[in-house]
Design a protein around this ligand. Structure first.
Ligand SMILES: [Mg+2]
Length: 379
């Protein structure tokens, strides 16, 4: 069983409506579909986020292809290590483990998908087996105005979602209006989390946390600049509300440093940050040893990543019950199965071979056309 080719296709999957967050407004999920072809006809699929440019990510993955061709898809760990060395360290770009993770995540996922299909087993079984049959997600309430966000939050809570999550960091008065109106809409029982996406400094975070206390916020996610471990640790030390680290943690080393500094009550981890499933598990295990839970991070991604994250998250003992979910932002997905609509905030862990999805090739063609025209996501 040998890898014969790595194919890449840039895609743009439009969102149903604009996505508002502290870093701006986003109109769609830009990704690069990665296909690992083998000499026995099995193909594995993954995706890398296409930031900052799909063509740039494709160029990196073309270099990785030269390393993978002729090798076994069961050499995942070694292939990714060699690709990282060749693409980054050997080129003098030694300090880019985070970007490297984003570039190589799609290849790592596709190698797992191929390995699972060849073995005829779901990937979670190759990783040691699932610790749970379903994963619980928060309800992500979106919109421009507090009224719009509160309306979505109310519907999510009414549908049985226990944890509601909203973006803030868009201005203090607007942030407080969002939190006040969302709390009023979801009632006292629902749990509420907010994410300022690094837009506060430590002093401002302390002030905003005090002002949010009457609205029973249970978690503030990455309030301060992700470059500063000290800032997050200072916020957490003085905060009566739990604090999560998100953009501060990409690698297992980051997870260790956050835990050692006691800078977070929760670590938000995505496959596109860690560089795939294996390092997601490693970072989660470090957090487990420190008594810190992890939750799945959502980013620009299709159901491919949702399914891949489900596979590895099901094996993690210290998985939080408020995982991030952005699949419902998509106007349409590029997988035809499984159905990834949340049922009371839950998704079942797939048992189909590989990562457990079937590609919808008509949708892939439509998303490839969207990327070329660059208009679908801005309609
Ligand atoms: Mg976040």
């Amino acid at each position: 069983m040998k890898i014969t080719a790595i194919a890449t296709t840039p895609l743009l999957i439009p969102y149903k409506k604009p996505y508002y967050w502290a870093q701006g407004v986003t109109h769609g999920a830009a990704v690069v579909l990665v296909e690992v072809h083998t000499d026995e006809g099995v193909t594995g699929y993954g995706e890398s986020i296409a930031s900052p440019s799909a063509e740039a990510i494709q160029a990196y993955l073309e270099q990785a292809e030269a390393i993978c061709v002729g090798r076994s898809p069961f050499e995942n760990s070694r292939l990714i290590a060699e690709a990282y060395h060749h693409l980054f360290q050997a080129q003098g770009t030694c300090s880019a483990p985070r970007f490297a993770g984003q570039v190589l995540a799609g290849l790592e996922m596709a190698l797992w998908d191929a390995a699972g299909k060849i073995a005829g087993r779901p990937v979670h079984e190759l990783l040691g087996g699932a610790q749970r049959d379903e994963v619980r997600y928060f309800g992500f309430a979106q919109g421009d105005s507090p009224e719009e966000i509160a309306g979505e939050a109310k519907a999510l809570a009414a549908a049985g979602t226990e944890v509601i999550y909203v973006k803030v960091g868009r201005g203090d008065a607007l942030d407080l209006a969002i939190v006040e109106q969302v709390r009023a809409a979801i009632g006292p029982a629902a749990r509420l989390r907010v994410d300022p996406n690094e837009h506060w400094d430590a002093a401002r975070a302390a002030r905003m946390i005090r002002k949010m206390l009457p609205f029973d916020v249970e978690m503030i996610e990455q309030p301060t600049n992700a470059e500063s471990l000290a800032a997050l640790a200072r916020v957490r030390a003085g905060s009566p509300i739990a604090v999560a680290a998100d953009q501060l943690v990409f690698t297992p080393y980051d997870a260790f440093n956050v835990c050692r500094a006691q800078a977070a009550d929760l670590i938000v981890l995505g496959l596109h940050e860690t560089g795939g499933l294996l390092r997601f598990g490693k970072a989660a295990h470090i957090a487990e040893a420190a008594g810190v839970d992890v939750c799945i991070h959502g980013l620009y991604e299709s159901g491919i990543t949702t399914c891949a994250a489900l596979q590895v998250a099901s094996t993690v003992a210290n998985l939080d019950d408020g995982n991030q979910y952005m699949n419902h932002f998509l106007a349409w997905d590029i997988i035809e199965s499984p159905d990834l609509a949340l049922r009371q905030g839950r998704l079942a862990v797939g048992s189909a071979p590989g990562l457990g999805f079937e590609i919808d090739w008509d949708a892939v063609a439509k998303a490839a056309a969207c990327h070329k025209s660059d208009t679908c996501g801005h309609a």
